[in-house]
Ligand binder design. Structure first.
Ligand SMILES: [Zn+2]
Length: 334
C-alpha cells in the first residue's frame, strides 16, 4: 500500500502513548484509550482536531518525536506498505524548548533509523504550516522545507482549520517554497468548498490537494486540474468523521477519476481515525466492489503523485506489480 497523506501526531500507537506518557510524566486521562479516537458523533473538523492535543503533548522533545516516527514507519512496514509520505507540523513540537529545526532533525533521525533495516519500502517527510499560526512561525517551517529538501523532506503543506483563514492569506509563504523548487500540497476543500481548492492551486502552487472532495466538477475546474496535473489526496473515513461527507457512497473518487483527475486514497490519521490505507480501500470496496485492475489504477495514481524522482517511481511501479495480488486479497478481506 501507499499513503501520501498521513499525519504523525494522529498516528501514534496505543503502546507509544503508554511508553511516552510514562517517560514524560503525562497522565493519559481516565478514559484512555477511548480518548485517542475521534468521538462518535463528532460534529466538525474543529472537534476532530482536538484529538491531537494529547499525542502532541507527548512529542515535545527530540527523543520522543524520533521514537514516534520510527514506531510509525515500523508499523507501516509491517502492514505491507511500499511507500509513505509522513507529515507533521514542526511548530507544534516547540512547547518545551525544542526549535522547529530540532523537531525536523529528530523526525529525520527516527525515519533514517527505521529505514535502515527495511527492503522494498521507503518513506519521506512533509512539513506542515498551520492556518492558525503567525506569519513568521509558518515562514520558519517553509524555510526548513527548503533547507532539508534534499534530505528526505519532500514537500511543504498547509494544515489546520480551513475556515480559520482562506488560502489567499498565505500567498507570500508559498511563493517562497515555489521559487525554491519545493513541492507543495495544501489541505483544501475538506471543511470548505471549491473556492479553497482553486486558491490552493492558483495562488499557493499546490501540485496536490489534501482532501479537495468539495471541488465542483465544472468544465472549467476540470480543465484547470487536468492541465495543471493536480492530484487529490482523498481520506474517506476522516471526511466522514468530520462530517465533510455523509458516507462512503458519497466519496467522489469515481467522479473525479471519470473526468481524468487523479485521486489517491489515504488514511489521514491512523489512530485518531482508527484506520489505515488497507481499511480505506476495504470501505470503498464495500460499496463499489472494484476489480484488481482498478485497485492497481488508484495505487498507480499514488505512485505518480508521490514527491519522488521518476527513477524511484519506476521502482515503486515494479514493486506494486509484485505485491498487487497480496494487496487486493487484503482489500477484499480474503
Ligand atoms: Zn490531513
Amino acid at each position: 500500500m501507499i499513503d501520501l497523506h498521513l499525519h504523525l501526531d494522529g498516528s501514534l500507537a496505543i503502546e507509544d502513548f503508554k511508553f511516552l506518557a510514562e517517560k514524560n510524566g503525562v497522565h493519559l486521562g481516565n478514559d484512555f484509550p477511548n480518548n485517542i479516537y475521534v468521538p462518535n458523533g463528532c460534529r466538525s473538523l474543529e472537534e476532530y482536531l482536538e484529538r491531537f492535543d494529547l499525542p502532541l503533548s507527548l512529542m515535545q522533545d527530540e527523543f520522543s518525536i524520533a521514537y514516534a516516527t520510527k514506531s510509525l514507519v515500523d508499523r507501516l512496514y509491517k502492514l505491507g506498505y511500499i511507500y509513505a509520505e509522513i507529515r507533521f507540523a514542526p511548530q507544534l513540537h516547540t512547547k518545551k524548548g525544542m526549535s522547529q529545526e530540532d523537531a525536523v532533525i529528530s523526525v529525520l533521525s527516527g525515519l533514517k533509523s527505521a529505514l535502515k533495516d527495511k527492503k522494498d519500502f521507503d518513506a519521506n517527510i512533509i512539513l506542515c504550516c498551520m492556518r492558525q499560526a503567525d506569519y513568521l512561525t509558518n515562514k520558519e517551517t517553509i524555510e526548513l522545507g527548503i533547507k532539508y529538501k534534499n534530505s528526505k523532506v519532500v514537500a511543504v503543506d498547509l494544515a489546520g482549520p480551513e475556515a480559520y483563514l482562506t488560502g489567499d492569506n498565505y500567498c507570500s509563504l508559498f511563493n517562497l517554497a515555489q521559487a525554491s523548487g519545493t513541492n507543495i500540497t495544501i489541505h483544501a476543500g475538506e471543511a470548505c468548498g471549491s473556492e479553497e481548492v482553486l486558491m490552493a492551486v492558483d495562488l499557493l502552487h499546490a501540485k496536490r490537494v489534501g482532501h479537495g472532495v468539495h471541488l465542483n466538477l465544472t468544465r472549467e475546474n476540470i480543465r484547470k486540474m487536468v492541465e495543471k496535473r493536480i492530484s487529490f489526496e482523498f481520506c474517506p473515513t476522516s471526511n466522514l468523521q468530520t462530517t465533510s461527507l455523509p458516507d462512503y457512497e458519497h466519496v467522489p473518487f469515481l467522479d473525479f477519476d471519470k473526468v481524468g483527475i487523479p485521486v489517491t486514497i489515504n488514511s489521514d490519521n491512523m489512530t485518531v481515525s482508527n484506520t489505515d490505507v488497507i481499511k480505506e480501500y476495504r470501505h470503498l470496496f464495500g460499496v463499489y466492489k472494484f476489480k484488481k485492475y482498478e485497485l492497481k489504477h488508484f495505487l498507480t495514481n499514488s505512485v505518480n503523485a508521490a514527491f519522488i524522482s521518476q527513477e524511484e517511481k519506476n521502482k515503486l511501479l515494479t514493486l506494486l506489480d509484485k505485491k498487487l495480488d497480496w494487496f487486493y486479497n487484503k482489500v477484499i478481506d480474503r
